[in-house]
Each structure stands twice: as structure tokens, then as C-alpha cells.
Design a protein around this ligand. Structure first.
Ligand SMILES: [Zn+2]
Length: 354
């Protein structure tokens, strides 16, 4: 029999599951606070995978992704262990903000400490109670408020195990990025835990396509890690576009932006992305792509100040044809990724290329 799994002082026997509420600092109104963790501890040995959502409190797509993953029947029969934390930054989630009440960014506060700031204390609790007990992890994010991200995995592809997870996820884009100090990913890497980040959609909004790509991606990674049975028939995996670098196109002047290109579109160097005009009817100037690539992020606010980031472009090493085919596919409504009634779900599908 497999050994029991202990988290937050609760012991879960092999073949059992439990919700464990990790205590975090209380509110000043005396209200007790906790961070709910759902553990499925399989009968059979295997990887211990964490899923984390809302480390940035307003990035809610990941919360819905984790809810749908936990609704899957097969996930309750896994090999190994799943540790799902839908909302890591409970304080930010309640107040619908990215940050903690001490105005710190939780994803710049790792590894944290027992005696540091509120952000540092929560980082420390999450790292010691959850992350350090795992072998693998998938951290779910969206773009910041008033920005939108095309579904993408961020990972260090030089690490073969991370690269295997990143490619299995089957998102349209993989950005091979260096890891920023203070992030969960940095601390996990130091502990030898394999972590990828999924970025898709916008803060404070549900994006149906981003959510479905996320649910399918997590299930596909669990199959790759042998936590779930491999499919006898291929689910249609294909090469993602692996970008080795990305760049932001910024506003060269203040004004009103009318974007003519959107997420997932491929653009040539020098191609027009939109126009910045004067609100009083004066000058109009074209914003053009600084490099050839795919638009993986954009601003949703048309009112821009000089220097503001407008479009995030990823550069690709892959062939042009592959890029075009994949992006077209994502612009169609996707197959329902859950047991939900597709007829009830499809009218709300947000098509990326509006
Ligand atoms: Zn984030």
C-alpha cells in the first residue's frame, strides 16, 4: 500500500481525497482566513502534481480551470497525487485585485518567510505546505487587468522534464522564458520541482477558449506523466510555436488607439497593428510591428499614453505554415472540454479573432 500524504497537519490515506484548509493570517475584523487545498491521493504511486490559480488575486480563469479539472471523473482515479489550490491569493481574490493588502505582488515574494511581510508569509505557507510536497506543478495566470493574453505556456525548455510538460500541454504558443526572481517558478526550480506556467485571457474575466485550452492542457500533462492512461488514439497533438523571445510594441505618442490586429494574428515586420489618433481629430499615426511574429498579448484600453505597452509580439523559429494553421484552429469555437451541455455552453464562446 502507498504511504499516506500529509498536508496542513491532515493525513490522507492512499486512495482517499480530502479538502484541507490551510490557515493564513486572519482579517482585522477577527474573521478567520484559510486557503482551501483539494488533495486526491491515488492508490498507485506516481508524480505529485500541484495546480495553482489566482496567485494574482484577479486572475480568475485558473480558478475555473481547476474547478473543471476536479469535475472530471477520471481525475479521481489517478496514479500519483493531485494537489489543487484554486485560489492561492485569497486576500486579492476577495478584493478583486492582483495584490495583497500590503500592496505586494505575491509572485515576487517567493520564497517568503515566517516573519516577513504578509505577502512573504503567504508565499512561505504555500511553498512549504504545498509546493515542497510536490514533484511537478502547473501555475495558472492571465494577463494583468485591461490586458489580454493569447493562450501560451511559459517554461524553460532547456530543462527536459519541463519541456516535456510544456509540449504535452498543447497550447498554441510556448514562450521559452528566463525565470524572474521572487516568482513561485524560481523557488520551485531551486527545490528541483518541475513547473510550467499557463497564461491566457484577461484579469477579472472568464475567457471560454482560454479555460478550455487550460483544462485540456492539464489533462494532457497528466497523461504524459502517466497519472492518467495515455490515449490509444492521438488527441491531435501538434507542435506548438516555440518562441525564443518576445517584445512589446509601445505607443510612440499619446492618443486613442484603434487596433486593427488582435491576439493570435501573425504580423510581418513593419506591418500596421493599428492607428493612434488625436481625440480632437488631428494627426493619425500608424503603430507598426517592430518584428515579425505572433500577437500574444495586447491592451484592451484604447486610451494610451506615450510609452505604454500596446501589443506583445512573440518571435518564432518555426515555419510560417505551421503558425498559420494552428492559429486558425483556435479561432474556431472549440470542442467542449467538459461534460457540460455543449449547446448551453457554446453561445458564450469568445472567439479570439474578433
Ligand atoms: Zn499572473
Amino acid at each position: 500500500m502507498r504511504e499516506a500524504f500529509t498536508i496542513g497537519g491532515v493525513t490522507i490515506k492512499a486512495g482517499k481525497q480530502a479538502q484541507v484548509d490551510l490557515p493564513i493570517p486572519n482579517l482585522y475584523t477577527h474573521d478567520p482566513m484559510s486557503c482551501p487545498v483539494y488533495v486526491i491521493h491515488g492508490k498507485h504511486p506516481g508524480p505529485v502534481l500541484f495546480l495553482s490559480g489566482a496567485i494574482h488575486g484577479d486572475e480568475i480563469n485558473g480558478v475555473e480551470i481547476i474547478r473543471r479539472v476536479l469535475k472530471r471523473k477520471a481525475v479521481h482515479q489517478i496514479h500519483g497525487t493531485l494537489v489543487a489550490v484554486p485560489v492561492v491569493n485569497i486576500f486579492g481574490f476577495i478584493s478583486k485585485t492582483r495584490y495583497l493588502p500590503d500592496r505586494r505582488d505575491l509572485n515576487r515574494s517567493f520564497p517568503g518567510s515566517e516573519t516577513g511581510s504578509l505577502a512573504a508569509r503567504i508565499a512561505n505557507i504555500f511553498l512549504t505546505e504545498v509546493v515542497s510536497r510536490c514533484t511537478h506543478g502547473i501555475d495558472l495566470h492571465t494577463a494583468a487587468i485591461h490586458r489580454d493574453n493569447f493562450p501560451q505556456i511559459r517554461a524553460v525548455l532547456g530543462n527536459p522534464e519541463v519541456a516535456r510538460m510544456a509540449r504535452a500541454f498543447n497550447s498554441p504558443v510556448i514562450l521559452n522564458t528566463a525565470i524572474v526572481d521572487g516568482t513561485l517558478r524560481k523557488s520551485a526550480e531551486k527545490l528541483g520541482i518541475q513547473v510550467i506556467v499557463y497564461e491566457a485571457g484577461e484579469a477579472l474575466r472568464f475567457d471560454e477558449v482560454a479555460i478550455r485550452v487550460g483544462v485540456k492542457g492539464i489533462i494532457a500533462v497528466m497523461r504524459e506523466l502517466n497519472m492518467l492512461p495515455k490515449l490509444t488514439r492521438s488527441a491531435g497533438t501538434r507542435d506548438a510555436f516555440e518562441a525564443t523571445s518576445s517584445t512589446w510594441v509601445r505607443a510612440h505618442k499619446s492618443g486613442i488607439l484603434r487596433a486593427s490586429k488582435t491576439l493570435g494574428m501573425r504580423v510581418a515586420k513593419g506591418e500596421s497593428l493599428g492607428v493612434i489618433s488625436d481625440p480632437f481629430g488631428g494627426d493619425e499615426e500608424i503603430v507598426s510591428a517592430s518584428v515579425e511574429g505572433i500577437i500574444i498579448g495586447r491592451t484592451n484600453i484604447p486610451l494610451v499614453n506615450e510609452g505604454e505597452a500596446l501589443f506583445h509580439l512573440a518571435r518564432f523559429a518555426n515555419s510560417d505554415e505551421v503558425v498559420a494553421g494552428q492559429v486558425e484552429e483556435l479561432q474556431n469555437p472549440m470542442d467542449p472540454g467538459t461534460e457540460l451541455n455543449p449547446a448551453a455552453e457554446l453561445p458564450n464562446v469568445q472567439v479570439l479573432n474578433r
